[in-house]
Design a protein around this ligand. Structure first.
Ligand SMILES: Nc1ncnc2c1ncn2[C@@H]1O[C@H](COP(=O)(O)OP(=O)(O)OP(=O)(O)O)[C@@H](O)[C@H]1O
Ligand SMILES: O=P(O)(O)OC[C@H]1O[C@](O)(CO)[C@@H](O)[C@@H]1O
Length: 467
């Protein structure tokens, strides 16, 4: 008889700890209205959402089991509509702001937050703040009235209707705006810097007894917000990067002899875009990321590797993340308006080094350098990011309507959850694990020398460090 299930007795979990998200119900009396789904209004029969969630519905954070794994688990609050509302819809005034760099899907999130508030909940008003945090107090940036007409079709456009910016965060002026416009929900769309600001606003609201729900919606093409399966915009950027890699392949194969195409991709402190674009393409021979040191020559050198590849197939393709090679070029002391460090020109540096190395070997080679730059992040969201944006936006609204604050929404283990912002900012930006499966896959498909220092694997047969 085939047994489909059996107990694994060594896998017992002692305790599950919920990562608590603050709820305004603890500080302000809730309206406790029933959460009717407005979509049934056309039939004159308001109904409840199909699946309403309670305060203990959760998704386990650590879902990888194995002997010796943690017996104490962390859980995240499951996102979704709650049975009772904290805010009466007719008194709900929401503000939406987008901060930091552009990212595919920003307009989709604006569209779906507005739609869910106005169409599904019947909120009073949605205000769009122009130009990032500064738009709360810059007299030249008049807020936009977000109506269903204003956001119609917006989800299919790149960029952000509201504009964005770096730098500038005046907490008192932001709170003044929120009070003046009777804002009850604030939706802050941005990366880790933006979330640090959002958390300050949420805590200041609680301290100053302002009944305002602050929701973060994490965006970044860099995919460096910790805990999330992926941030919206990431897969679109990886997809957009494929065009640049295809161009590099064409240039490399057509420019004889010894054609080499180099593509620089974004990724300030982590190499997720470069690594995933490399995996998606399957035509890259060398992938350089900030998490693995660049070694130019010698046993583990990337230049002799390129020489071998070119000798073997006639051409080579290189993908380099903009944040790679700090150990070679040194960290820049310059920063942008938000305090993010400006990066040295690693792409041009690699181009020069390749030319120099081939010349030294007495070989001809004129590497072609392609920097798709903002082309990977100003495009509209692809289908999968579009759906992710909708899921995140709707769930941010459900949570805010139920009174949750100081949270961000994210996909974790393929389910949308509410995460306390402080949990996200504590460990972001995250890095690609140089001992993880993604980097292992890069090495296995490019055959480039692994420059990550050897680390013996527990329980594995002893082996020599690889070449
Ligand atoms: N610790 C902080 N406290 C308050 N505001 C902050 C903080 N860090 C950054 N900000 C503000 O958040 C906004 C966006 O920050 P930043 O430019 O670093 O982008 P980000 O949100 O990290 O997104 P990206 O991934 O595009 O870099 C800026 O207006 C910046 O001033
Ligand atoms: O030139 P900008 O717009 O300041 O931002 C560039 C940075 O923003 C990001 O796209 C993240 O949003 C990084 O990958 C990149 O380093």
């Amino acid at each position: 008889m085939i047994r489909h299930c059996s107990i694994i007795d060594r896998y017992a979990f002692d305790k599950v700890y919920m990562c608590e998200v603050p709820n305004l119900n603890e500080a302000f009396p809730p309206c406790n209205m029933r959460n009717d789904c407005m979509t049934q209004q056309s039939t004159g029969e308001p109904s409840l959402w199909n699946r309403l969630l309670g305060p203990r519905d959760c998704i386990l954070l650590e879902h990888v089991c194995g002997p010796g794994k943690a017996r104490k688990l962390k859980a995240l609050l499951r996102a979704g509509p709650r049975p009772l509302l904290h805010f009466p819809p007719k008194e709900t005034v929401a503000a939406i702001v987008t901060c930091g760099g552009l990212c595919p899907g920003l307009n989709s999130v604006i569209h779906y937050v507005t739609e869910t508030l106005l169409q599904n909940y019947g909120a009073r008003r949605v205000i769009g703040i122009k130009g990032g945090f500064g738009g709360f107090y810059d007299a030249d940036l008049e807020p936009l009235e977000l109506t269903m007409d204003a956001v119609n079709g917006l989800q299919n456009q790149g960029g952000t209707l509201l504009g964005s910016s770096r730098g500038g965060f005046d907490l008192d002026k932001i709170l003044l705006f929120l009070q003046k416009h009777e804002v009850t929900h604030l939706y802050v769309i941005g990366g880790d810097g933006t979330h640090r600001g959002a958390d300050k606003i949420a805590h200041a609201c609680l301290e100053r007894k302002l009944n305002i729900a602050v929701a973060g919606i994490p965006k970044t093409i860099d995919n460096d917000v910790d805990l999330l399966d992926r941030s919206f915009g990431f897969t679109t950027s990886v997809e957009a990067a494929q065009n640049a890699i295809k161009v590099a392949v064409t240039e490399a194969t057509c420019n004889l002899p010894n054609g080499i195409g180099i593509v620089k991709l974004m990724g300030r402190s982590s190499g997720f875009i470069a690594a995933y674009a490399t995996m998606a393409s399957g035509e890259v021979d060398l992938c350089l990321v900030p998490e693995a040191p660049i070694v130019l020559e010698g046993d583990k050198g990337c230049l002799p590797h390129l020489e071998r590849v070119v000798a073997d197939k006639g051409y080579a393709v290189v993908v380099v993340a903009e944040g790679a090679g700090e150990e070679l070029l040194g960290a820049s002391a310059e920063t942008d308006a938000s305090g993010n460090k400006k990066l040295p020109k690693i792409g041009e540096f690699m181009q020069a080094k390749i030319e120099e190395y081939f010349a030294k070997q007495g070989k001809q080679c004129s590497p072609k350098y392609i920097d798709p730059s903002y082309m990977v992040r100003s495009v509209p969201a692809n289908a999968s990011d579009q759906i992710l944006c909708m899921q995140l936006a709707q769930n941010a609204v459900h949570a805010a309507m139920a009174g949750y604050t100081s949270f961000t929404v994210g996909m974790v283990n393929n389910k949308v959850v509410l995460i306390p912002i402080s949990l996200i900012t504590a460990t972001s930006p995250r890095k690609l694990d140089p001992y993880g499966r993604t980097w292992e896959r890069i090495i296995s498909i490019t055959l480039q020398p692994n420059t990550v220092p050897f680390r013996p694997v527990k329980g594995a047969a002893p082996r020599e460090p690889e070449h």
